[in-house]
Design a protein around this ligand. Structure first.
Ligand SMILES: NC(=O)C1=CN([C@@H]2O[C@H](COP(=O)(O)OP(=O)(O)OC[C@H]3O[C@@H](n4cnc5c(N)ncnc54)[C@H](OP(=O)(O)O)[C@@H]3O)[C@@H](O)[C@H]2O)C=CC1
Ligand SMILES: CCCCCCCCCCCCCCCC(=O)[C@@H](N)CO
Length: 316
């Protein structure tokens, strides 16, 4: 007998923001593999055409008449524009059953080196875009008493490290929003889920790694580097089985247990692990924090030394 929590993806209409590349594209592909009709949203039209062409090929190879569509929308646009785009998507491929809030961007540097505008900009694309998209689809889901809404947070939305003073809060915010929404939508049978990826090998990540402070690189790489396909498969499988949180890799799994806090948990087995090992995971985290603080001090020492050498070279 299928479990009460199970969510069937076959012939559902899924909309993925930021679906033209990286994790979003991998999520879109996996949803096509599960039999969904898919609409992807992003800004760049060429990338959208390219990505939806690939998705259509994948869909055609399954021979089940699945439809693919794309919309060029800046997800930071005013709510009215977002609402119109989602209404049009629903007119084209049918009522929206699944929304994946994935569009996002990271800018990392020590706090004082970050342009002050980046704080607001990242909040707009990483957090507010998800609020707007959710508002655009949720009434209809409540009325139809079915649906799923996902948020792509980050391991940096569970563990805030050096360099992410603008980025991490946007990803923590998604968790707060998702926890609330999950509770409010329970009576309407609309599911909510959060994905917490560690570093994932995408175009966005390739740009990020070029400008990343050494501290951020050393700390974040301790949680591993994963392929977008692997990350997407884990999350889609959690959507199907009705799990709230998706974590990736061993460190990700520990981090999920550590930060379970007051977040929803629908699996008894997962809940038991959180209860039994809470202390152990906190202890492991203290060790990591000690290691990370050491990295911060060492890198700063090296930087001071370099600056001193430069200054003395100049005065020679
Ligand atoms: N890669 C990683 O290491 C990790 C990523 N994440 C999160 O996963 C999500 C996806 O990341 P990733 O795949 O690496 O990102 P990419 O930069 O590779 O792709 C981003 C996607 O979002 C779209 N996008 C960006 N800005 C906007 C906007 N204003 N409006 C609409 N669409 C937009 C892009 O298309 P276009 O530019 O054409 O608009 C593109 O499709 C992000 O939320 C990120 O924070 C979380 C943890 C780790
Ligand atoms: C008991 C638990 C211990 C586990 C410790 C693991 C340490 C995690 C460090 C945080 C990693 C942050 C990755 C950010 C990825 C991301 O979002 C960017 N690449 C943005 O694109």
């Amino acid at each position: 007998m299928p479990s009460r929590r199970e969510f069937f993806l076959h012939r559902k209409h899924a909309v993925i923001t930021g679906g033209s590349k990286g994790i979003g594209f991998a999520l879109a592909s996996e949803l096509v593999n599960k039999g969904c009709h898919v609409t992807i949203i992003a800004r760049n039209v060429n990338d959208l055409k390219n990505a939806s062409g690939k998705l259509q090929e994948l869909a055609d190879s399954r021979g089940q008449n699945q439809k693919i569509a794309w919309k060029s929308v800046d997800m930071t646009a005013p709510y009215e524009i977002i609402k119109e785009a989602f209404d049009n998507a629903a007119k084209e491929l049918g009522p929206i059953d699944i929304l994946i809030n994935n569009a996002g961007h990271s800018v990392q540097a020590p706090f004082c080196d970050l342009p002050i505008t980046d704080f607001e900009n990242q909040m707009k694309i990483n957090y507010l875009s998800a609020v707007h998209a959710t508002r655009a689809v949720v009434d209809d889901m409540k009325q139809r008493q079915t649906g799923h809404i996902s948020f792509v947070s980050s391991a940096a939305g569970q563990f805030a490290i050096f360099g992410y003073s603008a980025y991490s809060p946007t990803k923590f915010a998604l968790r707060g929003f998702a926890d609330t929404l999950h509770m409010e939508l329970l009576p309407f049978k609309v599911n909510v889920g959060v994905l917490y990826p560690p570093n994932t090998d995408t175009e966005g990540f390739k740009v990020e790694i070029e400008t990343m402070p050494e501290e951020t690189r050393l700390m974040s790489e301790s949680a591993g580097l994963f392929t977008p396909d692997y990350v997407a498969q884990q999350h889609i499988s959690d959507i199907e089985s009705g799990n709230y949180s998706t974590t990736i890799g061993l460190d990700g799994w520990m981090l999920g247990n550590l930060t379970a806090g007051a977040c929803p948990e629908k699996s008894l087995a997962r809940g038991l692990v959180q209860v039994c090992f809470a202390g152990l995971f906190r202890a492991i985290t203290l060790v990591y924090l000690g290691y990370f603080n050491g990295i911060t001090k060492k890198c700063q020492k090296r930087r001071f030394k370099l600056e001193k050498e430069k200054a003395s070279n100049k005065s020679d």
